[in-house]
Design a protein around this ligand. Sequence first.
Ligand code: ATP
Length: 328
Amino acid sequence: MKPNIKNIAVLTSGGDAPGMNACIRAVVRTGIYNGINMFGVLQGYQGLINNNIIPMDARSVSNIIHLGGTILKTARCLEFKTDEGMEIAYQNLKARDIDGLIVIGGDGTFTGARNFSNKYNIRVMGIPGTIDNDLYGSDFTLGYDTAINTVIEAIDKIRDTADSHDRLFFIEVMGRDSGCIALRSAVASGAEAVLLPERHTSIDELVSQLASGASTKKSSSIVIVSEGHKAGGAYDIAKQVKEQFNHYDTKVTILGHLQRGGSPSSFDRILGSRLGFAAVNEMLQGTSKAMVGLRGNEIKTTGIDEALSRHSFKLENDLLEMTKVLSI
Ligand code: ATP
């Protein structure tokens, strides 16, 4: 039986990701289309606690589909992990008769939503929004496509200068626990080597790879370093390599937060629209404590418990092999 839902709130939480605005727009308009009163929560779970909850209509999401970031703002909120914080959040929702909460974020955000729903029996739906592409249940997370395209554009530019000066560049990209951006951007940019959080690469191994390129007259080399690589960040790795291999002038670039920004790609706009549309429709059908994700080219739901219990990004060994073979 369909539940009688009248009021739904949406929030973005954790790290921001391009495409979140397209998704908010889809959530708000799908809800309104179905006769639901829609609310936006500012600054993630912090906004639930601070009672920063605003009514939203179709016009409040006009002209945002192309914008990076999130109009609802996002935050990391430790207070929501406490019983007291959750109770305040619940009372604020109850005061507005809000029956359903749609959260856009990563696994921390989903953990919060699941715990909240377990405690107060409120309906929740999760939408995978993180540039890391590391959530089980969706082949792609919102923001990943834009982020990797930003990374590749930056690497291409660095390659121009690296080549002109016979330089070795170490480029650090985001991914504390997931090497997805690092590995795929390495293949897409033709990098000479990649260092990932999921795999130990010794300095000796890296040096021998770079030396072999230099011996066949490579005029520059690029090493992509994932920020979560266990042997250190790009500066540490560059220093260690330079001690053993001094063939090129060595430079380091940390791409940092520019990877999160920018106008979302068409892929992320469409993905955000599809996921937002599906999340509301699923909630109105009675689904709760689930996330919507893209699998194949279909939108599918996965229980949040299942999504959280499985690790998502599986290192693609063929891509790893390719970074060696195709950069000889
Ligand atoms: P990203 O992948 O971009 O880091 P995320 O959603 O994983 O996104 P987190 O900072 O881990 O980002 O989590 C976002 C928020 O979710 C936290 O700041 C906190 O408010 C809430 N949260 C995380 N874990 C819990 C928990 N165990 N109980 C309640 N709330 C939680």
